[in-house]
Design a protein around this ligand. Structure first.
Ligand code: SAH
Length: 263
């Protein structure tokens, strides 16, 4: 890395760094993430990691894919944790690279706990979560003084793949003016229905931001009542974020990405 006026920690052999790769655009990596890409012996990465980020890895590093491949089921979580532990015990400098932030709906905590149990030293390098960075690339601020003094990040998917029923939809709908759903595309119909049943207006603005901060970024907006049909009609593809709330109304003025048709 070019000289910096301060020093970054080095990856040590036998250490695991749990690193967030951000939503896509490699320009959103942290300096520590770049340091890890340059120094790691092995990079264990997920499906959501942008190929442009992976290309920054040291050419000598071994790359191991830990996500879904060719329709095969994804590597089981305990298998991934065991693999990280085994690599660390071999004295490798291990970069565990995840999309967005490793501790936001990324199972980073599970992996970190497994490392703790195994006595492996690790570092967590936060990344820009898609629910913030991806929205920003669509010209949608997470908060603004005029629209919301709170925001919630919600998963549209529980461990069984269904809409989480542990969610208190009524409290969420009532208390939180802006809701950002991850993993929600598949169940968008039901999620919108739950929110309306819990008291949100069917006229409320919603955006779906697909493949945020990548060359394939696509954004649609519609009302809560219509968003699921519009997403289907426009063939919106995952990964995508669903944003419910008045912040969405700022997009026509705040869209800034040169390739965005709204600019
Ligand atoms: N740890 C990740 C989230 C992993 S869960 C983070 O902090 O961003 C996977 C979900 O993240 C996807 O279903 C989608 O909702 C969201 N996501 C991740 N990257 C995205 C992107 N580039 N564009 C839109 N949504 C994205």
């Amino acid at each position: 890395m070019e000289r910096l006026p301060f020093s970054l920690p080095d990856m040590e052999p036998g250490q695991v760094w749990l690193v967030g790769a951000g939503p896509g655009d490699p320009g959103l990596l942290s300096l520590l993430a770049l340091q890890a890409l340059r120094q790691a012996d092995v990079v264990v990465y997920d499906a959501l990691v942008d190929p442009r980020v992976l290309d920054l890895a040291n050419p000598a590093a071994v790359r191991e894919y830990a996500g879904k491949r060719g329709g095969k089921p994804s590597a089981r979580q305990p298998d991934i944790s065991e693999r990280l532990i085994a690599l660390a015990r071999l004295g490798r400098r291990v970069l565990r690279l995840k999309g967005g932030d490793p501790f936001v709906f990324g199972r980073g905590a599970e992996e970190a706990l497994a490392l703790v149990e195994a006595g492996i030293t690790f570092r967590v390098v936060p990344g820009i979560t898609s629910g913030i960075g991806g929205l920003a690339y669509a010209g949608i601020p997470a908060t603004s003084r005029e629209t919301n003094s709170a925001i919630a990040f919600v998963t549209g998917h529980d461990a069984s793949g269904d809409v989480p029923d542990s969610l208190d939809w009524h409290s969420l709908a009532k208390a939180v003016p802006v809701l950002v759903f991850y993993m929600a595309l598949k169940h968008l119909d039901r999620i919108a229905g739950q929110l309306i049943a819990a008291g949100r207006s069917p006229d409320e603005p919603v955006a779906v931001v697909s493949r945020a901060s990548t060359p394939a970024q696509k954004v649609i907006t519609a009302t809560l009542g219509e968003i699921a049909a519009v997403a289907r009609r426009e063939a919106i593809e995952p990964p995508a974020l669903v944003v419910v709330g008045k912040v969405v109304d700022l997009r026509p003025r705040l869209a800034w990405l040169p390739e965005d048709p709204a600019v």
